[in-house]
Design a protein around this ligand. Structure first.
Ligand code: G3H
Ligand code: 13P
Ligand code: ZN
Length: 325
């Protein structure tokens, strides 16, 4: 497994972004690796606190190592795969992941007062760099709530703070807040317009002016976008058709992510879309074959659907295909 340093430098220069896909189970991991290997895309495997609680940190770490071997078996000679801690919340969590062999960590001090965020981030950076592990930090607060990541009060990243923050912490990349948020309900209906033809919600645009101002302050510095699922409406519809209920689920339109990927944004985090693909497929299979009880018969199709989704993101949204030959 590699760290993100070289990967990000190339992505910023090349005007594309590296996919950072969360994984919690074998099917997601297989799908990520198959899609990355086929498209020859560098990839970041992300492990959240929720994932560590669900699947066990040690097991996930060795699954990722197994994934590198699997990628080679698939004919990918030099896989570029990062194992990254997503939203690390304490120094000890980061330390434990680094000791265990993660090649990259995030320390998320974004909910802390500015000086405390700096102090915590700097402590993690000092430790991580001794082991050549790269560190993602966060400034600004994302809106929205997810299992382990919540924010009562969101605010955009303040461009006037980023130079001081990056200089004093020594972080390798910076996650910013420009209007994205976690989960499948990124905007409240009252924040959106409604397309009169389809009845679907049209979300407000991301704050590209803030992104531009940050890029100007930190030329060439790797920027990260969390909460970047686009919540494909075909999956939402499938879930609703087969017994689920996800009213007004809405994500970030893909054309905005394409635009971001061409900028200094070089890591784009996607988790919810994979959950939707998996749930939609499982619901469909079980609804159509009520007698089915072999998990492989519904997890297999779910895995194939997730692979399709990951490959789509790589080729049609992030543009990272062919960047890891
Ligand atoms: O940033 C949030 C990720 O989507 C992980 O979510 O904590 O529910 O695993 P999770
Ligand atoms: P989504 O919920 O938009 O997939 O974001 C995932 C994320 O940011 C993980 O850190
Ligand atoms: Zn996140």
């Amino acid at each position: 497994m590699v760290n993100t340093r070289e990967m990000f430098a190339k992505a910023v220069k090349g005007g594309y972004a590296i996919p950072a896909f969360n994984f919690n189970n074998m099917e997601q991991l297989q799908a990520i690796i198959q899609a990355s290997a086929e498209t020859r895309s560098p990839v970041i495997l992300q492990v959240s606190k929720g994932a560590r609680n669900y699947a066990n940190q040690t097991l996930l770490r060795y699954m990722a190592e197994g994934a590198v071997q699997y990628a080679k078996e698939l004919g990918w000679k030099r896989p570029q795969i990062v194992l990254h801690l997503d939203h690390g919340d304490t120094f000890e969590t980061c330390q434990s992941c680094i000791r265990m062999g993660f090649s990259s960590v995030m320390i998320d001090g974004s909910a802390l007062p500015y000086e405390e965020n700096i102090a915590l981030t700097r402590k993690v950076v000092r430790y991580a760099h001794r082991y050549d592990v790269t560190v993602e930090a966060e400034l600004g607060v994302l809106a929205g709530v997810e299992d382990e990541v919540s924010a009562e009060e969101s605010h955009y990243t303040r461009p006037e703070e980023v130079i001081d923050f990056v200089k004093r912490t020594g972080c390798d990349s910076l996650a910013i807040s420009i209007g994205t948020s976690h989960g499948a309900y990124k905007f409240r209906p009252e924040q959106c317009k409604r397309d009169p033809k389809t009845g679907l919600l049209v979300p407000p645009p991301l704050a590209f002016d803030v992104l531009k101002a940050i890029e100007k302050k930190l030329p060439g510095f790797p920027i990260v976008l969390h909460g970047s699922s686009s919540v494909p409406q075909e999956y939402v519809k499938m879930i609703d058709t087969y017994g689920g209920k996800m009213p007004d689920a809405v994500g970030i339109p893909e054309e905005q992510l394409r635009k971001a990927a061409k900028s200094a944004v070089c890591k784009i985090n996607i988790d919810s879309d994979s959950r939707l693909a998996m749930t939609a497929t499982i619901r469909k299979v079980l609804a159509e074959k009520p007698g089915e009880f072999d998990p492989r018969k519904y997890l297999g199709p779910a895995r194939d659907e997730m692979k399709k989704l990951y490959a789509w993101k790589i080729v049609h949204v992030l543009g990272s295909n062919g960047k890891a030959r």
